[in-house]
Write a protein that binds this ligand. Structure first.
Ligand code: C2E
Ligand code: CA
Ligand code: CA
Length: 653
């Protein structure tokens, strides 16, 4: 056997001898051999087998060797099979034609066995090589294709990468811009927060937080340098609420802004003013020589603030109360400095507003006492019964001061005056606790109790003295009470419950309260009047400016303030004032009551001036309900006259 692989050879020849001879010869050399007698059967066979070589005779019946070769080369299946023609030695024309038709070689007849074997082997080898080459070619082509593919891929990759780099750069640029924007926003927010944290939004002044910080620093400096002095001025607008309520919050805000500008204008550049909220301002004077310097600033501020403020078409007047504290007390904490400055300011207010007070440690004691009083008052008022309970267990009671007719000396009615029977401090007078009750709004509950108690007293006296004209009681009503929403309804309820004639109830409202009266209270006063309740202006003459507004209110009675009465006989001008008030009351058809009559001389003068009624120690101090009842009984029985004996003759003649 020649070769590991048995190669297949197709012999096409019409000569049986040729066939036989070639068949056995090639077989003997280890080839597989197939035979076909003519071209057509050869082509048929080639549908099923694929020989490695074809030996093709030229001269055959049917289609000759050339035609067969042509057909083989035309078919994709057979075109690559090498074809060797078999031809006669002399037939050179045919040899050339055969080669041109795609044959690889020719063998001359009669056959030379060596030549046949050599040519067959050569062409099989060539065919193998061709195949191998083709295979390699294919691989190469594939490789080339793969490489080209890879290259295209690389190119695409590079392009993609480039594009991605572009996109990414754009994205990053965007992100960066966003980041920068966010950063700017953050910075703005931070700044805004800083502003909110340390600046008052209305006035743009530093706020409490800022001030406390600065004060802490200044306290530190003062501790390090014993000669270093600073002062704090605690400032509160007087009657700001009235402006706010009457002119509205917008103008209230404008006033605060104007005040803040004025305050700034009063300071050196090293001093600072902060707004603490509401109508409170605080000033820090750094590195000053002495207290006089702080007082000078306070004076300047008060002078400036007293000048009218122009807000829209309004001229608004205001004043400030100032508490001053000097650093000599050696403070450690800003809170303590402010507490004491606030206490001093509170004192300034209590002393009559529109003024300053320098802190003194005694003030703190007073402030503590006030706090204690406030707590006690809260407790006492909270334990008041909602309806009339056992009187003796209550800490509050009403005293009654007779109001006397100055023409007859007869009892005309009473003024109810509240007293506080404090469990440890004894009897406390209203001057001490009513202002506290007003400030803390505790007056609301206390006021209702007082009104109810007075009405019960009227109904009680009516039952006890049925034949006497019903006794009237004047009840003091504070400005705070006038602001209550349910006022009219609750008064109606009390009147219904106690079933007293409405004309027996008179409400006393201070002149200063009337001064601060706004639309709402004016309406309330008119409603009260419509109910049939009489209205009386208390302490008349002390709030002189309300004279002009007097006609706006439905007033029945004016009460001349005690300060005028007490100076009758001392100061000629005061008689003049009383005379004016009497004339005013007459012209408006109002009654007149003079309070605080202590001497027969005052009584005589008031009678001469034509004053209708009077009240005062000369007739009687305020007395408890038991004594007041006795006074009524005496009156009923004896027709008691309150005038001192010197006047009896007078009134009889
Ligand atoms: P007011 O309404 O002017 O009351 C008159 C005050 O003068 C009373 O003082 C009375 O005791 C006192 N007084 C009467 N006659 C004389 C006198 O001849 N000489 C002197 N020196 N004083 C005389 P009181 O009772 O201490 O009341 C003080 C103030 O407290 C009252 O002044 C009033 O504003 C307020 N007040 C009293 N009771 C009540 C109340 O029930 N409700 C309210 N809201 N305030 C009240
Ligand atoms: Ca009164
Ligand atoms: Ca009075």
């Amino acid at each position: 056997m020649d070769g590991a692989k048995q190669e297949l050879i197709l012999i096409v020849d019409d000569h049986p001898t040729n066939l036989k001879m070639l068949f056995s010869f090639l077989k003997s050399y280890g080839f597989k051999v197939l035979v076909a007698n003519d071209g057509e059967s050869a082509i048929d066979k080639l549908q099923e087998v694929s020989p490695d070589l074809i030996l093709l005779d030229i001269m055959m019946p049917g289609i000759d060797g050339f035609e067969t070769c042509q057909r083989l080369k035309a078919s994709a299946v057979t075109k690559d099979i090498p074809v060797i023609f078999m031809t006669a030695l002399t037939d050179s024309e045919n040899k050339v034609r055969g080669l041109s038709l795609g044959a690889v070689d020719y063998i001359t007849k009669p056959f030379q066995q060596d030549e046949v074997l050599a040519r067959v082997r050569l062409h099989l080898k060539m065919r193998d090589l061709t195949k191998a080459l083709e295979a390699q070619n294919l691989v190469l082509k594939q490789e080339i294709a793969a490489r080209m593919g890879a290259e295209a891929g690389l190119k695409k990759l590079a392009q993609d990468l480039e594009e991605r780099v572009k996109d990414r750069t754009a994205e990053l640029t965007h992100a960066l811009q966003d980041l920068q924007k966010t950063q700017v926003q953050l910075l703005e927010r931070e700044e805004k927060l800083g502003r909110i944290a340390f600046q008052d939004s209305l006035t743009d002044l530093p706020n409490r937080a800022w001030f406390m910080n600065r004060l802490q620093q200044v306290i530190h400096i003062a501790r390090e340098h014993p000669d270093y002095l600073y002062a704090v001025l605690f400032i509160d607008l007087d009657r700001f609420k009235v402006v706010n309520d009457s002119l509205g919050h917008l103008l209230g805000d404008e006033l605060l802004k104007s005040v803040s500008r004025k305050l700034q204008a009063c300071l050196r550049h090293t001093d600072t003013v902060a707004r603490f909220g509401g109508d409170e301002f605080v000033i820090l004077l750094e590195d000053i020589k002495d207290i006089d310097e702080a007082i000078k600033v306070a004076d300047r501020i008060q002078k400036e603030v007293r000048l009218p403020f122009k807000l829209n078409e309004y001229e608004v007047f205001t004043e400030v109360s100032i508490g001053i504290i000097l650093s000599t007390s050696g403070y450690d904490r800003p809170e303590d400095v402010l507490r004491d400055a606030d206490i001093a300011m509170y004192h300034a207010k209590a002393q009559g507003k529109g003024r300053y007070e320098v802190f003194d440690p005694a003030m703190q004691t007073l402030a503590m006492a006030r706090l204690q009083l406030e707590n006690d008052l809260r407790r006492a008022i909270k334990s008041l019964p909602s309806s009339r309970g056992a009187i003796d267990t209550q800490e509050f009671c009403l005293y009654y001061q007779p109001i006397v007719s100055l023409s007859t000396g007869q009892l005309n009615g009473f003024e109810a005056l509240v007293r506080w029977r404090h469990p440890s401090k004894g009897l406390i007078f209203p001057d001490l606790f009513i202002p506290v009750a007003e400030e803390t709004k505790l007056i609301d509950d206390l006021g209702w109790w007082i009104l109810q108690e007075a009405c019960y007293q009227i109904s009680l006296w009516q039952q006890q003295f049925p034949r006497k004209l019903p006794v009237a009681i004047n009840v003091n009503f504070s400005a705070v009470q006038l602001k209550q929403m349910e006022l009219i309804n609750r008064i109606k309820q009390i009147l219904e419950k106690t079933d007293i004639p409405i004309c027996c109830l008179k409400l006393e409202i201070t002149e200063s309260c009337l001064l601060e009266t706004l639309g709402w209270e004016e309406k309330i006063l008119k409603q009260l009047k419509a109910l049939g309740i009489k209205l009386c202006i208390d302490d008349f003459g002390t709030g002189y400016s309300s004279l002009s507004r007097l006609h706006e209110f439905p007033i029945d009675t004016l009460k001349i303030d005690r300060s005028f009465v007490s100076r009758i006989g001392v100061d000629k001008d005061d008689i003049q004032i009383v005379q004016t008030i009497v004339t005013l009351a007459r012209s408006r058809g109002m009654d007149l009551v003079a309070e605080g009559i202590e001497t027969p001389f005052q009584l005589q003068k008031l009678r001469e001036l034509g004053c209708d009624f009077g009240q005062g120690y000369l007739f009687s101090k305020p007395v408890d309900s038991e004594i007041a009842t006795q006074l009524l009984a005496q009156e009923q029985v004896f027709g008691h006259c309150y005038f001192p004996s010197a006047f009896h003759n007078d009134s009889n003649t």
